[in-house]
Design a protein around this ligand. Structure first.
Ligand code: HEC
Length: 155
């Protein structure tokens, strides 16, 4: 008799525990439903979120892919204003060993036929473009500190 009571009691306890656990995901989901961080947030998050890199993908498509190509391979690009053809380096092969700061500087300052972007893109967006290049073309992820592991050349 005692044993049955005991197991009934623990059953009730178990049911309670399960019910308790079931309420947790709902609470977590609510907590996570905070408004999206603004794209131009003054304080960039330490690690890139998918949203940040989605914005970077948009920036790349708008500002970079006409020269560097959507897949980063670059190649000859004709400057319609000067009529000159510029040899655009492949982002898949160049800058692999350069630190993040070097890539960010090239994007901000431009140079050697590449226009500067610092007046159009703020530092957070430029940093995310560097992350985007690392992920899409160099096959690796970076942290804000630039501690990256060398990539294996894919081809
Ligand atoms: C008008 C064509 C043009 C556009 C637009 C352009 N680039 Fe470039 N980019 C170049 C050329 C040319 C170079 C080579 C510069 C050099 O030799 O120093 C270059 C170099 C670079 C490098 C350095 C690669 C290396 O050798 O280390 C990076 C990184 C880069 N571009 C990223 C970008 C990003 C990101 C954008 C968009 C925000 C962009 N570029 C837009 C033409 C362009």
């Amino acid at each position: 008799m005692k044993l049955i009571k005991l197991s009934l009691a623990s059953c009730a306890l178990l049911a309670f525990a399960v019910a308790c656990n079931n309420t947790q995901p709902a609470q977590n989901a609510n907590a996570g439903a905070s408004p999206k961080a603004a794209a131009n947030s003054a304080t960039p998050a330490p690690a890139a979120t998918p949203d940040e890199l989605a914005a970077a993908a948009g920036d790349y498509a708008r500002s970079c892919s006409n020269c560097h190509k959507a897949d980063g391979t670059g190649g000859p690009w004709k400057d319609e204003e000067t009529g000159k053809t510029v040899k655009v380096p492949s982002l898949r092969e160049h800058g692999l060993k350069d630190p993040d700061s070097e890539l960010a500087k090239q994007i901000a300052e431009g140079g050697d036929e590449m226009p500067p972007f610092k007046s159009r893109l703020d530092k957070g967006r430029i940093d995310n473009l560097v992350r985007y290049i690392r992920r899409e073309f160099h096959g690796r992820t970076t942290t804000a500190t630039g501690a990256a592991t060398p990539a294996q050349p894919s081809h």
